[in-house]
Ligand binder design. Structure first.
Ligand SMILES: [Zn+2]
Length: 415
C-alpha cells in the first residue's frame, strides 16, 4: 500500500490544472511536467512502445504473454486537474486507520471534512485516507486512475504467471475542459476496446451517459423611450423570460435524477435591444433528446409567429449544437466488455454499481470515435474541491480490477 501512496503523492504534488481559455494542447504548459515524468516511469517499470506525441498524449504497451489470439484492451485516464479549484501546492495528508470522526483539514482556517456532511466517509472506517490540507483540490481525479493503471501494469510485469493479452495504456491531458478525447489517436492506440479509470467510489461501472446539446438563443428587441413606448417597444428580456416559462417546469437539474433528462438555463444576459439565453439539453434517451431539441425550435417558431407583424423579421434565433452522445449505443453491441468488468468485480468480492452517468466522459467521445470505452471507479470522492479524498484501499481495489480484467480477457472468447 505504501507503494501506491508514494506513487499517488508523486503525481498530485505536480500542478496540472488545465485551462479552457487556452487554444493549445495541452492547454497549460505545466501539464508537460507530469507527462514527461510519466513517460520515464512507464519506461522504468518495463512497458514497451512508450510514446508521447506533440499534444502530450501518452501511450504504452504491455505485450501479450499468451500464444493464442486475445483482444487488445486499453486503460485510460487523464493527468490534468479541473480549473474549478486550485491544484497548485497540493499538500496531501495521510489519515491512517480512519476513526469515522471529523477530519481537521486545516487548523488555521478551520476547514473540516466531516462525515456528518460527507456520509460516504463512514464506509472507510479503519482505512487509510488521503486528503488535502483544505487549501487545494487533491487531484485524485484522475491521478488516482493513473496510479492504479501504472501499478497494475507493474504488477503484471512482476507476476508473469498471470496470463493476459496485449494491453495498451493511454494518458491524456485536458479531460477536465472536455478535450481529453479530441486529439486521442484511436487508430494508433489500436485496441478492440478500453476502459477509462475515472469514476468515483468502489464498484462504479458506467456505460450510459447523457446525449448532450447546448443552445444559444438570441432575442431581439426594440428600444423606445418608455414614455412613448406603447405598442412600439419590444423588450427582449421579457421575451426571454416568457421563453423560459414555456420550458417544462420540473425538468431542471435540481429536480431530476437517474434517467430523467432536463433543460438547464445556465446563462442569461440582456438589454432591451438584445438578450442572449444559453442553456444545455440533456437526456439519456435519444428520442427524448431529439424531442427536447425540437421543443426549443417549436417555442422559437411560436414566438416568431407571434411577433412577425410587429418586428418584421424573426425575433428569436435559436442555435442548437450537439455536444456528445450516449455511449450506450456504441457499447451495447459489444456488451461483453461491460460484462467482463462486472465479472472482474464480482470475482474480487466488489459489488458492481452500474448506473447512468448524468454527464459525459472522455469514454463517450472515444466510443463514438470507434473505441468502445466504459468507465470504471478510481476510488476518490468529492472531486473538484478541497474536500476531495481517496481511500488507499479503494485504489488497491481498482488495481485488482484492472489486473482481473486483463486476466479474464485472455480467457474469454475474442469478439
Ligand atoms: Zn476525471
Amino acid at each position: 500500500m505504501q507503494h501506491i501512496i508514494d506513487r499517488f503523492i508523486s503525481y498530485v504534488i505536480i500542478d496540472t490544472e488545465s485551462d479552457s481559455n487556452s487554444d493549445t494542447t495541452p492547454s497549460t504548459k505545466k501539464q508537460w511536467v507530469l507527462a514527461e515524468k510519466l513517460v520515464e516511469e512507464l519506461k522504468t517499470i518495463g512497458l514497451q512502445e512508450v510514446s508521447i506525441d506533440k499534444n502530450a498524449y501518452i501511450m504504452a504497451t504491455l505485450p501479450s504473454n499468451v500464444s493464442h489470439e486475445v483482444p487488445t484492451i486499453g486503460f485510460i485516464s487523464h493527468f490534468d486537474t479541473t480549473p474549478d479549484f486550485t491544484g497548485a501546492n497540493v499538500k496531501p495528508q495521510i489519515i491512517s486507520n480512519y476513526d469515522g470522526k471529523d477530519i481537521l483539514l486545516n487548523k488555521e482556517q478551520n476547514i473540516i471534512l466531516s462525515p456528518n456532511y460527507f456520509k460516504d466517509l463512514l464506509q472507510y472506517k479503519g482505512q487509510t485516507l488521503i486528503t488535502t490540507d483544505g487549501t487545494t483540490l487533491l487531484g485524485a481525479d484522475d491521478k488516482a486512475g493513473i496510479t492504479e493503471i501504472v501499478t497494475a501494469m507493474e504488477f503484471l510485469i512482476n507476476n508473469p504467471e498471470i496470463k493476459h493479452g496485449k494491453i495498451r495504456i493511454g494518458f491524456t491531458p485536458d479531460e477536465e475542459i472536455g478535450r481529453g478525447a479530441h486529439h486521442f489517436d484511436v487508430e494508433k492506440f489500436g485496441c478492440d476496446w478500453a476502459y477509462t479509470i475515472d469514476g468515483s467510489q468502489v464498484g462504479e461501472l458506467e456505460y450510459e451517459n447523457f446525449n448532450a446539446a447546448g443552445a444559444k438563443i438570441t432575442f431581439k428587441g426594440k428600444s423606445v423611450h418608455p414614455g412613448y413606448a406603447k405598442g412600439k417597444m419590444i423588450n427582449s428580456m421579457l421575451i426571454a423570460n416568457d421563453f423560459i416559462s414555456e420550458l417544462p417546469r420540473g425538468e431542471t437539474p435540481q429536480k431530476t435524477k437517474g434517467y430523467e433528462g432536463f433543460f438547464h438555463v445556465h446563462h442569461l444576459t440582456g438589454s432591451i435591444e438584445e438578450t442572449v439565453l444559453e442553456l444545455i439539453i440533456r437526456d439519456h434517451n435519444k428520442k427524448k433528446f431529439i424531442k427536447r431539441k425540437e421543443l426549443i425550435a417549436k417555442i422559437a417558431k411560436k414566438f416568431n409567429k407571434k411577433f412577425a407583424k410587429q418586428f418584421g423579421e424573426d425575433i428569436v434565433i435559436a442555435e442548437i449544437k450537439d455536444q456528445y452522445y450516449n455511449m450506450k449505443e456504441m457499447v451495447l453491441p459489444v456488451k461483453h466488455i461491460v460484462d467482463i468488468a462486472e465479472q472482474a468485480m464480482l470475482e474480487l468480492g466488489i459489488k458492481p454499481i452500474i448506473k447512468p452517468i448524468r454527464g459525459g466522459t472522455d469514454g463517450c467521445q472515444l466510443s463514438y470515435k470507434g473505441l468502445p470505452c466504459p468507465n470504471i471507479f478510481a476510488g476518490g470522492h468529492n472531486f473538484h474541491g478541497k474536500y476531495e479524498y481517496v481511500p488507499v484501499e479503494s485504489m488497491q481495489k481498482a488495481v485488482d480490477v484492472i489486473v482481473k480484467i486483463a486476466e479474464l480477457t485472455a480467457i474469454s472468447k475474442p469478439i
